[in-house]
Design a protein around this ligand. Structure first.
Ligand code: UD1
Length: 417
């Protein structure tokens, strides 16, 4: 198995181009099951999660071709198999978002039940309840959910929590339902607005995406379209944390500050300077990081996906920071790895208390998931000696060029076989 090796680095300098958002690209690909024809998606990151979604679409009978410059072409022949096998869903839990579009297009779908993951249990009750409100009946057998509906009828769907996946599944089912669907307490993430823009381009009538109330007027006809994926705010956060830890000044080309307001505010409180223009973000590390308290919340709150980076930064900041996780109960596993690197962190339930230390100490550590792995890479930039990050395949699920990009910014990093 290969590893990522990192040695103390900094200051960082130069430009890094931010890729299209993983969490948007995956849903747009799923939406290509909604109508026959040829789609073109631009700025799709070349990462293993996208390959997994491509594989899932191929299992259903669609054709997916990687073109140059991060473009992919997807051909939906119309008569696809509305089924997501366990082998695919197991690789990537986000595969569950094919449920809504499949059942709305074919009146039936068979999708493997996703298991838990390193964040703890990941229930899909809200996805199912929302779809049931539109008229879908579910049966669960042999590890699969079987969905059926003679027709979908628009309805008022009130989500218990602004779940990203449930909002997307209900939205994609509702575009073909008869009448009007209103999703209340909808998730407001920029990726939801991107999916709605894509659906509208296909001929759907989705209003209000990006706010807590989304209204969808069902239509009969949808067509295949072209679309450019929005930039990945979590990838941008990764480089900002590396900068905060290693020092320096960088440009994040293509990043959108308006998708990252709360993060930029927090990083400002920690002592970084960030500004933006139409080309992206400019960021400079200050004279060392200051500790802050923070809590993860649904958008526009501080995203849970940023948290590992912020914890890595707090590990070497001046003072004590308290971090509260409000979305995923088990999302502190990487803390044990940071502690192996000399961080002073105590976790209690969904809180972590982080006392900044002057320097970390390089050690062999394991990437448990995409963001946790990337956060260890960032932390290693300020660790004495060499840090060896094992299981980098988790990082590959979400990053096209993390090692090369950091190297280009001046980090002492390599991938070793
Ligand atoms: C998406 C993102 C993930 C991000 C998360 C929160 C993708 C591929 N993944 O995940 O990176 O961390 O949003 O911003 O886009 N919940 C239920 N029942 C449900 C659905 C969710 O209880 O039916 C709970 C979850 O356990 C969690 C919370 O709601 O505690 C938020 O989950 P959700 O917003 O659905 O996250 P995902 O869509 O899975």
């Amino acid at each position: 198995m290969d590893r990522i090796l990192v040695r103390p680095s900094g200051p960082l300098s130069g430009d890094v181009k931010i890729n299209g958002a993983k969490n948007s690209a995956l849903k747009l690909m799923a939406a290509c099951t909604l109508a026959e024809g040829k789609y073109l998606l631009r700025d799709v990151p070349n990462i293993t999660d996208v390959q997994s979604m491509a594989e899932l679409l191929r299992c259903m009978g669609l054709t997916v071709c990687n073109l140059e410059n991060n473009q992919i072409e997807i051909v939906n022949p119309g008569n696809i198999i509305p089924e997501a096998p366990y082998e695919q869903v197991e690789k990537m839990r986000a595969s569950i978002v094919v449920l809504g579009p499949l059942v709305s297009t074919f009146g039936k779908a068979r999708v493997a039940l996703p298991g838990g993951d390193d964040f703890g249990p990941r229930p899909i009750d809200m996805h199912l309840k929302g779809l049931e409100t539109l008229g879908v009946r579910f049966n669960s057998e042999h590890g699969y959910i079987e969905a059926e509906a003679e027709k979908l009828t628009g309805a008022r769907v009130v989500l218990d929590f602004p779940s990203v996946g449930a909002t997307e599944n209900v939205m994609m089912a509702a575009v073909r339902a008869e009448g009007t669907t209103v999703i209340e307490n909808a998730a407001r993430e920029p990726e939801i607005a991107d999916l709605a823009a894509f659906l509208n381009r296909m001929g759907a009538k989705v209003l209000g995406a990006g706010s807590s109330t989304i209204t969808i007027d069902g239509v009969n006809d949808l067509v295949a379209v072209e679309h450019t994926v929005i930039p990945d705010r979590v990838e941008a956060a990764t480089y900002l944390s590396a900068l905060g830890i290693a020092g320096g000044e960088i440009n994040l080309l293509g990043a959108r500050a308006d998708h990252m307001d709360m993060l930029c505010q927090k990083l400002g409180e920690m002592g970084m300077r960030i500004s933006s223009d139409s080309t992206g973000l400019w960021a400079m590390a200050g004279q060392g990081l200051r500790s802050v308290d923070l809590a993860t919340l649904p958008y526009p709150g501080l995203a849970t996906d940023y948290k590992p980076f912020l914890v890595a930064m707090l590990s070497v900041a001046d003072g004590v920071g308290i971090v509260t996780e409000n979305l995923f109960s088990g999302r502190f596993r990487y803390v044990d790895e940071l502690i192996r690197m000399g961080a002073d962190i105590r976790t209690e339930g969904h809180h972590a208390v982080i006392r900044g230390v002057v320097k970390l100490s390089g050690a062999p550590v394991r990437a448990h998931d995409i963001r946790a792995g990337a956060a260890l890479v960032a932390a290693a930039l300020k660790a004495e000696g060499e840090t060896e990050i094992r299981d980098p395949h988790h990082i590959d699920r979400g990053y096209e060029n993390l090692v090369e990009n950091l190297k280009n910014l001046g980090a002492d990093i390599e991938r070793a076989p």
